[in-house]
Every structure is written in C-alpha cells, then in structure tokens.
Design a protein around this ligand. Structure first.
Ligand code: 13P
Ligand code: ZN
Length: 270
C-alpha cells in the first residue's frame, strides 16, 4: 500500500517554498522555478516507480543524471497556486536511460510539463553534484532588489560580491564563496543552461543579469537562505544607493570570515 503523496515531506517543502517566495514578492505570475533531487527509496513509498504516466523529451543530454528523480515546478505555473493544487503545478520526473527523456511519474495533471528552465536546472544539478555529493536543490527566482542592484552594478562577479559583502555583515558569512554573475542572455535555452552550469562549478549563487538569481543547496533552507540573504543585502544596497557613507571595511569582512572559519572567495578583499 503506497502512502498519500500529497502528504510527502518533499511535496510539502515545494508548497512551502513556492508560497513563501510568492508572498515575499520574488515570483510574480509564473516567475521562478524549483527542482529538488529526491531519493528513489523515499519516492517509492508514495509512487509505483514502474508506472510512467508519459515521457517528455528534454532537448539536451542529461546522461549524468540517468535514473535520478526530481520534483520540479511546471512551466507557466504560478507559485501562488502550487499549495492549492500541487498535482497540477508540480511534477515528479525520472531521467530515462537515453539521458534525453524525462519520465513523468506524478503531477502536471493538466498535461503540463517541467519549467522552461529545465536545462539550467539539470545542468546545474550536474555541476553542483560534482563538487558536493549532498547537493539537492536548484531554486530560481526574480527577487526585486537583487535585479535592481544588478542593473546599477557592472557585470563583474567579484565586484558584485564585494558590494554585497560591504553592505551587510551577514553576507560574507552566508556566501563566502561569492555570487557568480552572467550577462543578459536569452532565458529558457540550453545556452543559458550551459553558462549557468559552468558558474555552478564554483558558485552556489548565480545572478542572471536583468532577470533574477539561482540559488542551490543541500536542502530547501540552504537554497532559500542564500537567495534571501542576497535579496536582503541588495535591498539595503539599493535603499542606501547615492547616500552611502559607511561600508564594511575589508578588514572587518576578513575578521568575520575568520571568526566563522570561512575562506572568502579570493581576489576580492584588500
Ligand atoms: P517557467 O514558467 O517556464 O518556469 O518560467 C519562469 C521563469 O522564471 C523563466 O525564467
Ligand atoms: Zn526566470
């Protein structure tokens, strides 16, 4: 007897995350998407893993993820609606043996499919897993102040990271590894996926210029907390912009990192 999937912790986590992101004003309309790598054993308690509802071509090679199962937000789905109807707005897919097909095991009950940013998500999972076997989450969002700050700063990830670290003492502690920045690109493509995944080999956070941000982590809290801290810091930066008198000195940023036994990304601090 299988358990009720609507009560699965991972479905609840997707509902909570999307609801929080919507209410924070980060994800208008269908903005944002999340993918979460699940344990086969855990999914097997809720679903018959031999029952494939339909297959969906991915349009890229995800061979490194063959057999891996993800719960993913659907394309065009509104974050504000996920909690009300998880089965329509979310899907659980397994990457098939050909590496280019996703097998739908549950969800998208209206015939929908995974987010248009599926390439960026899957390619980012591959990158993050290569440096952290405990990695699980890729989260994409459109937080307002992060986008605004990116619009007034040069496209230079070390400079962007420095400005964040200088604006909030929490910043270097939460993301000592910094924030990657990509130039403005066409979203929803394999190309932006490849570029994002390249950054994800060294960053857990990647800004898409004039679009939004990606955060990753071992769990939902880590990915969410990273984006939340960047957004809070970007809000401070934007509110102070043009009036700033005090920024956090590099020496203090270094001491904050040392206090928490963290190594700040090189080439930023004096
Ligand atoms: P989807 O609705 O396809 O997930 O797209 C939203 C988005 O944020 C595109 O970058
Ligand atoms: Zn987006």
């Amino acid at each position: 007897m299988k358990k009720n999937i609507l009560e699965a912790p991972f479905v609840k986590e997707m509902c909570d995350a999307t609801a929080n992101m919507y209410r924070l004003g980060w994800d208008e309309r269908n903005g944002g998407n999340i993918s979460y790598l699940l344990e086969e054993e855990e999914v097997g308690r809720y679903l018959d893993l031999n029952k494939v509802i339909r297959t969906i071509p991915t349009g890229f090679d995800a061979s490194a993820l063959i057999g891996k199962i993800f719960i993913v937000t659907g394309t065009g789905k509104y974050f504000k609606n996920v909690e009300k109807d998880p089965e329509c707005n979310l899907g659980i897919v397994r990457i098939a043996n050909d590496g280019t097909t996703a097998e739908l095991l549950w969800g998208w009950s209206d015939g929908g499919k995974f987010t248009s940013e599926f390439p960026a998500h899957m390619m980012s999972h591959i990158s993050r897993l290569s440096v952290d076997p405990d990695h699980r989450i890729v989260m994409h969002s459109h937080p307002t102040y992060t986008i605004a700050m990116n619009a007034v700063c040069p496209i230079d990830e070390k400079d962007f990271t420095h400005r964040l670290w200088q604006s909030n003492t929490e910043a270097v502690v939460v993301f000592p590894d910094g924030v990657g920045v990509l130039p403005c690109m066409v979203c929803g493509t394999n190309e932006i996926g490849i570029a994002t995944a390249e950054k994800m080999k060294s960053f857990r956070l990647v800004v898409w210029t004039n679009h939004g941000i990606y955060g990753t982590g071992k769990n939902m809290d880590e990915a969410f907390g990273l984006i939340e801290t960047v957004e809070k810091t970007a809000q401070i930066y934007m509110l102070a912009l043009g009036h700033t008198v005090n920024v956090i000195p590099d020496q203090i940023i270094k001491e904050l990192a040392a206090l928490w036994n963290l190594t700040p990304l090189e080439g930023i601090l004096e």
